[in-house]
Design a protein around this ligand. Structure first.
Ligand code: ADP
Ligand code: MG
Length: 240
């Protein structure tokens, strides 16, 4: 589903990603961990074209992002993204937040879009909130709406950048539950998180990044129980 080959990304003279290569299979759940500043967000932003790549190759669902001939809008439709800050439209209702993309971008009818939105709101446990505005919802509820909004675009891949980091602790579980359900339904996902319990239980593979390098990757058992690299061991000793 995703193929990344020797990805380099610089901001000016500052090289942030120093040759990342990895593959994500269809229906695979990959968790990216690593210290702050290691390039995790930059990596995700490259995957959906929010950053231009300095060199290397990215293919997603058969489209080559790094080929200038590729229709970037078509590629972005394949890739849903959720951020730490939920980025909902404050002046739109929950229903409008979810249906604006399908109506304006996918050219779906309002009726069809609302039907899908209600199914998605039910999936994330917010069927009674469609007429509310974002600031009437808790952080955990807003993040669940943000996930529903991304899913309404029928993505082939979902990217999550620390989706629970801005939440009060009691709301983390409800968002992780929605992500766990998605994983069990076979959604292909790349998730940056500090939730090591989630990484271990839901991740099929864990990638450890440090200093712009993909230092080590493996199954959760390999990375958490038997890390090979010193930098991985040192990081895990601080967070576990
Ligand atoms: P992480 O998500 O692992 O904390 P980031 O990808 O956000 O790491 O950042 C990695 C490095 O890239 C940081 O040193 C950050 O300052 C730098 N960086 C990120 N975005 C930009 C940008 N738009 N311009 C310049 N530097 C940036
Ligand atoms: Mg980040």
């Amino acid at each position: 589903m995703i193929n990344v080959e020797n990805l380099h990304k610089s901001f000016g003279n500052n090289e942030i990603l120093k040759g990342i290569s990895t593959k994500v299979e269809n229906q695979e759940v990959v968790v990216v961990i690593g210290p702050s500043g290691s390039g995790k967000s930059t990596f995700l932003r490259c995957l959906n074209g929010l950053e231009t790549v300095t060199s290397g190759k990215i293919e997603i669902a058969g489209l080559e992002l790094t080929n200038p001939k590729t229709n970037i809008h078509q590629l972005r439709q394949n890739v849903g993204m959720c951020f730490q800050q939920f980025n909902l439209f404050k002046h739109l209702t929950i229903m409008e937040n979810i249906t604006i993309g399908p109506i304006q971008v996918l050219k779906q009818s309002k009726q069809e879009s609302e039907k899908v939105a209600r199914e998605l709101l039910k999936k994330v446990g917010l069927q009674d909130k469609e007429n509310n505005y974002p600031d009437q919802l808790s952080g955990g509820q807003q993040q669940r709406v943000a996930i529903a909004r991304a899913l309404a675009m029928k993505p082939k891949v979902m990217l999550f950048d620390e989706p629970t980091s801005a939440l009060d602790p009691e709301m983390v579980g409800e968002v992780l539950k929605v992500m766990t359900d998605l994983a069990h339904e076979g959604m292909t996902m790349v998730i940056v998180t500090h939730e090591m319990g989630f990484a271990r239980e839901v991740g099929h593979r864990v990638i450890f990044m440090d200093g712009g390098y993909l230092v080590e990757e493996g199954t959760p058992a390999e990375i958490f129980n038997n890390p090979k690299e010193e930098r991985t061991k040192s990081f895990l000793s601080k967070v576990l």
